[in-house]
Design a protein around this ligand. Structure first.
Ligand SMILES: Cc1cc2nc3c(=O)[nH]c(=O)nc-3n(C[C@H](O)[C@H](O)[C@H](O)COP(=O)(O)OP(=O)(O)OC[C@H]3O[C@@H](n4cnc5c(N)ncnc54)[C@H](O)[C@@H]3O)c2cc1C
Length: 401
């Protein structure tokens, strides 16, 4: 049955939904194919443009992208394109099969198998490159496997990528952390190019007193294996992004009395709006304008904050004097962003402690490229895939002279 919304789509010439999609999904064309009953072409087009279309239809921030920018918002009736994308891409991902790609071109090593690494591998393999992925974990998928919880993204979907890569002839070496036994230089000696797609694996510290206490955890560590944590009764999660929302919802589902303390307002939270709404609906309690000051033996000290605009026109939180107060809790989960873990001493760094790039994505080492979150900073799945597209073009250009 055709999704009701599709018939209402205006198929705008200058489609804002497409313009605000980081991977520029051709929404009008997809809609046209879908309405003409050419489901297979619509599915193929979505996958060819974005191999993570199925995943993006579930985890993208649709409010800030296609849905929120649909021209029909002015009538308060935007098209739910992501639901149509789900209808098309979810079955496609599970059912599609590929034939083994012939290897006719050079050897590329990809370090990391998150959305960026997998996308690079698929794009390059489809063009005949000899691709091997090196992954530190025992499963591929990166954050999709070891971060975003199952209640939001089924691991069965992520597993399809192992099958698809295998069908395409991409080789995968699991449990292999580059930068330990195999150095980047050793890998480089045996490949024509390397793409570093290692994500942002290191949680950022808050640098407040007692952050090293036994009951303070980083959300990305907690989300890897929540069942291995004993958080007591009451948990405070610090942060307002997707990672904080996944951590608080997971803690609530595990039966903890869960609070989110955030330094700004609900509107300032970078998390997908739907995630915040779901956390609220599930019983997570929120406190805003709460600035963490210190961790104590039995909880935390916060001060009240307020939003101010700094001299560069940016919104900042200012701590209001004499508003410090104690909040009791048993555990604290910190989710205030991630950064790059520096596994490759061979590479030069820039002032943000990311790998320096001289031309586009190429690092200080010839034909070694950096891609995805490791290049952009902690961003999104769709941004990682879009970045993979750009990186692959640069790799091809460089290694073919
Ligand atoms: C909890 C959480 C929730 C999120 N929710 C959303 C969401 O709802 N929507 C959204 O769009 N985005 C979300 N994101 C962000 C999104 O998942 C990332 O932007 C995306 O996964 C980045 O892809 P990547 O391939 O660059 O890196 P990653 O997915 O981080 O993958 C990097 C891979 O590299 C491997 N690796 C690292 N170092 C080495 C090494 N030295 N040798 C070998 N392998 C190595 C890692 O094991 C990992 O598998 C979330 C992130 C987190 C942490």
């Amino acid at each position: 049955m055709v999704h009701q919304d599709a018939t209402r789509c205006l198929k705008c010439k200058n489609a804002l939904c497409q313009k605000h999609c980081p991977i520029i999904t051709d929404v009008p064309k997809i809609m046209e194919l879908y309405l003409n009953g050419d489901v297979q072409s619509a599915q193929q087009l979505l996958f060819a443009n974005n191999p993570f279309s199925a995943i993006c239809s579930l985890v993208c921030d649709h409010q800030r992208q296609c849905y929120g920018n649909c021209v029909l918002n002015f009538k308060k009736e935007p098209i739910h394109f992501y639901e149509i994308e789900q209808e098309l891409s979810l079955p496609y991902l599970k059912e599609v099969h590929f034939k083994h790609n012939d290897v006719t071109k050079k050897k590329v090593a990809i370090v990391g198998s998150g959305p960026a690494g997998i996308s690079c591998a698929m794009f390059l393999s489809d063009e005949g490159y000899d691709v091997t992925i090196y992954e530190a974990n025992d499963k591929i998928g990166g954050v999709l496997t070891y971060g975003i919880p199952d209640f939001r993204l089924s691991k069965e979907l992520v597993k399809q990528y192992a099958r698809i890569l295998n069908e395409k002839g991409v080789k995968i070496r699991l449990n292999c952390m580059i930068g330990t036994s195999i150095s980047l230089s050793a890998l480089k000696a045996e490949h024509d190019a390397i793409i570093i797609a290692v994500g942002t694996q290191k949680a950022k510290m808050m640098h407040i007193p007692n952050e090293t206490r036994y009951n303070v955890h980083y959300a990305i560590d907690y989300l890897k294996s929540p069942q291995s944590f004993d958080l007591g009764k009451k948990v405070i999660v610090l942060g307002g992004g997707n990672v904080a929302m996944d951590a608080c919802r997971m803690a609530k589902k595990q039966g903890y009395d869960t609070y989110v303390y955030y330094r700004k307002t609900f509107e300032d939270m970078p998390a997908n709006k739907i995630e915040v709404e779901e956390a609220l609906a599930e019983g997570v309690k929120f406190a805003t304008f709460e600035v963490p000051i210190a961790i104590t033996n039995d909880g935390m000290i916060f001060a009240k904050g307020e939003n101010i605009i700094d001299e560069h026109g940016r919104k900042q939180t200012k701590v209001i004097e004499n508003t410090e107060h104690h909040v009791a809790c048993d555990s604290v989960i910190v989710a205030v962003s991630q950064t790059l873990r520096l596994d490759f001493p061979e590479l030069k760094l820039n002032k943000w402690q990311f790998y320096e790039t001289k031309q586009g994505h190429m690092t200080s080492m010839d034909n070694v490229f950096v891609c995805g979150d490791a290049y952009l900073g902690a961003k999104t799945v769709v941004a990682a895939v879009a970045d993979a597209k750009k990186t692959v073009e640069e790799v091809k250009e460089h290694i073919n002279g």
